[in-house]
Design a protein around this ligand. Structure first.
Ligand code: PRP
Ligand code: ZN
Length: 287
């Protein structure tokens, strides 16, 4: 009998592609992803990777061509998908916003009344306009929404904004955020138990990688007299590891700290008298 393989759909090329590949690689799943490939089979994990246009990913998963997929919340919301959202992945953060040409005199959302708005998200835009009782014309287009105003196709756009570069280089300003989004792992229901077991094991790795991403490992040397103070600054998972150094009266202290606390903590321990402070990245973390 052939061993069960899990099929995962990821974006072929776009904002989520690199981070999706990176996440799988950090989970130690090895595969070739040559340009233009539609499918790849991992060498060391029972996973088949399908490279697909992001908007099509929910349908592929619903139709059981893939078992799971990595896709933006924005795409799921637009398609009113009923697929299970397994895990937010912490990358691909963006927002769906209304933007107008710099010359457009915008005061509030009622400035959009009677205007033509180009978007690839007609469903979400229609809901937003309805909720705000704004009557505008929606032009549904599938790509290059940002050029619609300059070619006279629309007065405004409703599109994804991440860095804001696309809007900026097209002379558009963001005026209203409709929704926030990030990459999410989705799954269909009714996986057989062997495939589910592969998914569980992928999820275990994925959570360990994501937890690690949020944390750093700090190592430092400190005079024993300062240990109580330093210990207060380094809570760690349980408590810091403290081991005596060769040099008498000194110890080595090691701990896990939140990534966003690193600089604050480093400054404080330094002030208290820590020496030889090292901060390193963690690959995987299992609590
Ligand atoms: C979105 C959007 C813009 C770009 C905005 O496209 O349509 O083109 O990202 O990013 P920026 O603010 O960093 O410039 P997406 O990656 O979703 O590709 P797609 O439209 O082809 O699906
Ligand atoms: Zn898309």
């Amino acid at each position: 009998m052939r061993a069960a393989k899990l099929k995962i759909a990821i974006q072929r090329s776009g904002r989520l592609s690199d981070s999706s590949l990176d996440l799988l690689h950090k989970c130690d799943v090895r595969f070739d992803n040559g340009l233009g490939k539609l499918k790849s089979v991992a060498h060391n994990f029972p996973l088949e990777i399908l490279f697909i246009r992001d908007d099509d990913i929910p349908r592929y998963v619903e139709d059981a061509v893939a078992d799971v997929g990595i896709v933006g919340e924005n795409v799921l919301a637009e398609q009113a998908s009923s697929l299970t959202r397994l895990e937010k992945l912490g990358f691909g953060r963006c927002r769906l916003s209304v933007a107008v040409p710099n010359a457009f005199e915008y005061t509030n959302i009622s400035s959009l009344a009677g205007k033509r708005i180009a978007t690839s998200y007609p469903g979400l835009l229609a809901n937003f306009l309805r909720e705000n009782s704004v009557d505008a014309e929606i032009h549904s287009i599938s790509g290059s929404v940002e050029i619609a105003p300059s070619v006279g196709l629309a007065d405004a756009v409703c599109d994804l904004v991440s860095s804001g570069n696309t809007l900026f280089s097209n002379g558009l300003s963001e005026v209203k955020v409709i929704m926030e989004s990030e990459a999410t792992l989705i799954a269909r229901s009714g996986l057989n138990s062997a495939t589910q077991a592969v998914l569980d094991s992928l999820m275990f790795r994925l959570r360990a990688v994501n937890a690690a991403r949020e944390n750093k490992y700090i190592m430092l040397n400190a005079p024993n007299a300062k240990l109580p103070e330093i210990q207060l600054l380094l809570p760690g998972l349980k408590s810091p590891t403290i081991t005596p150094l060769g040099k008498s009266g000194w110890s080595s202290v090691q701990s896990v700290i939140g990534r966003s606390d690193v600089w604050k903590v480093v400054e404080k321990v330094k002030k208290v008298g820590a020496k030889g402070v090292l901060v390193v990245s963690i690959d995987q973390m299992i609590r």
